[in-house]
Design a protein around this ligand. Structure first.
Ligand SMILES: [Zn+2]
Length: 165
């Protein structure tokens, strides 16, 4: 009788602890500055780190960056950036795209939207003679072919930050 009561109590304590830890992790993972949903946070942090290596300091909070995952329901649109360049920099990433995309594809789409929202870049449709896009700032409506692979990543990151003003 006593033993089963003890087991019950310790099980309760254990579950309680787990819940507390989960909440702490959630809280921590939403500390990216700005108002960025935690699933997207790691990609925003990577962008911030990459930017720093080009001498660009990004403060998501003071830049009023907001980012969410939502259904976009607009053809193949995987992400959007709505900005007035000051107090509005809202990024939406399509939930269905997110559920099916690889890590690199997620990064490419988020960096593209941050290219608009943070770096102020427009679209650039340049392509190499083999048809590969010269920039991840391509619109996706042109004819060039994306090749954001592990091997090409450094080139595209260079292009993204060096071609911005
Ligand atoms: Zn775009």
């Amino acid at each position: 009788m006593y033993r089963s009561l003890l087991i019950l109590i310790s099980m309760f304590l254990f579950t309680h602890c787990q819940q507390v830890i989960l909440e702490e992790e959630l809280e921590e993972s939403s500390q990216f500055g700005g108002n960025i949903t935690s699933d997207l946070g790691p990609y925003f942090l990577t962008f911030q780190e990459e930017a720093r290596s080009y001498g660009i300091d990004i403060d998501y909070e003071s830049s009023n960056v907001t980012a969410t995952l939502q259904q976009i329901n607009n053809g193949n649109v995987a992400g959007t950036c709505t900005t007035n360049g000051h107090n509005l920099r809202d990024i939406v990433i399509d939930q269905s795209f997110w559920d099916n995309a690889s890590h690199l594809l997620k990064e490419m789409v988020i960096f593209h939207e941050l290219g608009h929202c943070i770096l102020g870049r427009g679209h650039f449709e340049g392509q190499f003679s083999n048809g590969i896009c010269q920039s991840i700032m391509r619109s996706g409506l042109g004819t060039c072919i994306d090749a954001y692979t592990n091997n090409n990543r450094d080139y595209f990151i260079d292009e993204l930050f060096l071609e911005s003003d």
